[in-house]
Design a binder for this molecule. Structure first.
Ligand SMILES: [Zn+2]
Ligand SMILES: [Zn+2]
Ligand SMILES: [Zn+2]
Ligand SMILES: [Zn+2]
Length: 410
């Protein structure tokens, strides 16, 4: 391949294509290509009939090697030229003028000597002392290097931030998952308890009604017994002979007519507990409806919406304390989630919640008015659901007892 500058071209032309070094005792074969005598002899050693040219692959029947003395002389000149060029380069001299390369041509981007500088070739070029050029380029390289180092630093920082984010996401997801488990378990328990209370109340009501019916039955039996006695007494009287019958008959009749029997009581079997059966269904509807927090406020019925807009808690004065408490609580929870087995977690978590009064409402009185505590700092989606449940249980049921038509607002 042709080299870029004449010195290199000359070196290529004076080199053997087998050993890639300057020809030693060059010989020409029939195709005209040249090789060192030893190189071509060694290459053809293995064959006895066909002798191919290593360069053009043309095959000959005979080994025909002609010494090339002209090429041998040219090789010697090329060697000397190369040695000279190496020396000039080592001494940092101009190959053309053998002067020190003290200047730098900005346009040609190479070092030149003072004589080059005076030549026509460089007349219109920007030429600076070589030290200045070095200094200038060093500065430029330094600046670029700094930029690259800064880029690398930023990149590594970004990479580690992204890695950290992935880790944080993982632990945050885990915390939320545990929290969801906990909150929903709490909700399940709450609903189970409400169900038990409802079933118990229903049973009690049934018992009370049955008791009243039994009492009524006893009274009815007593009355029917008294009536039967009276009937047989009067029948007996009416069977008596005339003088016996007429004796005191007027007084007896008046006495019998004055006898009063209690009016029969109708015991109502209407169950009052039926009304409450509507709220598990409503709770289900609301939880499904408010699954996305964005639609939560829009979907609220006026009384509950009002509870959100005017929370019981005095937020501005207590907000700082609440935030600290919340922060501490999150830390506690995180620590708990990381360190405690699940079965311990629930019990302790609930105890703590109870201490803080979040679930302090008295659950044993389903119809009684209860104070509603809203923790406004924790109104995330899960709490929305939990709160909705509390809202219905705490507010809706008592309200609907007062005015059943409120249920239609849902
Ligand atoms: Zn060779
Ligand atoms: Zn050839
Ligand atoms: Zn020069
Ligand atoms: Zn120049």
């Amino acid at each position: 391949m042709a080299a870029a500058n004449p010195a290199e071209s000359l070196r290529d032309e004076a080199s053997c294509s087998i050993c890639l070094d300057y020809f030693i005792d060059p010989v020409t074969i029939d195709c005209g290509h040249n090789f060192c005598r030893s190189c071509i002899t060694q290459t053809w050693e293995r064959s006895e009939t066909d002798f191919p040219c290593p360069q053009c692959r043309k095959t000959f029947q005979q080994k025909n090697l002609r010494p090339n003395r002209q090429l041998a002389n040219m090789v010697e000149i090329a060697k000397k030229l190369s040695e000279c060029s190496v020396r000039l380069k080592e001494e940092n001299l101009c190959e053309k003028h053998e002067e020190k390369l003290k200047l730098f041509c900005e346009d040609d981007q190479r070092a030149i000597c003072v004589v080059c500088d005076r030549s026509r070739d460089h007349r219109s070029h920007t030429v600076t002392p070589i030290e200045e050029a070095v200094q200038e380029y060093k500065e430029k390289l330094k600046i670029h290097l700094e930029t690259l180092r800064k880029d690398l630093e930023d990149l590594l920082k970004f990479k580690s931030t992204e890695e950290k984010k992935a880790e944080e996401l993982k632990s945050e997801t885990e915390i939320r998952r545990q929290k969801a488990e906990y909150e929903f378990a709490e909700l399940h328990q709450l609903l189970d308890k409400e169900k038990q209370i409802f079933l118990l109340s229903l049973e009690e009501e049934e018992k009370k009604i049955l008791q009243r019916m039994r009492e009524n039955m006893t009274q009815l039996e007593q009355q029917s017994f008294a009536l039967k006695q009276l009937i047989s007494e009067i029948e007996e009287k009416s069977q008596q002979p005339a003088n016996e019958l007429l004796k005191d008959v007027k007084d007896a009749l008046s006495r019998w007519q004055k006898m009063k029997f209690l009016e029969q009581e109708v015991v109502s079997t209407d169950l009052k507990m039926g009304l409450e059966l509507s709220y598990p269904q409503q709770l289900k509807t609301l939880i499904t409806k408010f699954r996305g927090q964005a639609t939560f406020m829009n979907g609220l019925s006026p009384p509950i919406k009002n509870m959100f807009e005017n929370p019981v808690i005095d937020r501005p004065t207590k907000i700082k304390a609440k935030e600290n408490q919340e922060k501490q609580r999150n830390e506690d929870q995180k620590h708990r989630l990381l360190n405690e087995p699940n079965h311990l977690l629930e019990t302790r978590g609930r105890k703590r919640e109870r201490k803080r009064g979040r679930y302090s409402q008295e659950r044993a009185r389903p119809l009684g008015p209860r104070r509603l505590a809203i923790n406004v700092d924790r109104l995330d989606t899960l709490n929305m659901i939990a709160f909705t449940a509390f809202a219905i249980l705490d507010l809706w049921v008592p309200l609907s007892v007062l005015n059943p038509s409120l249920l239609l607002l849902c």
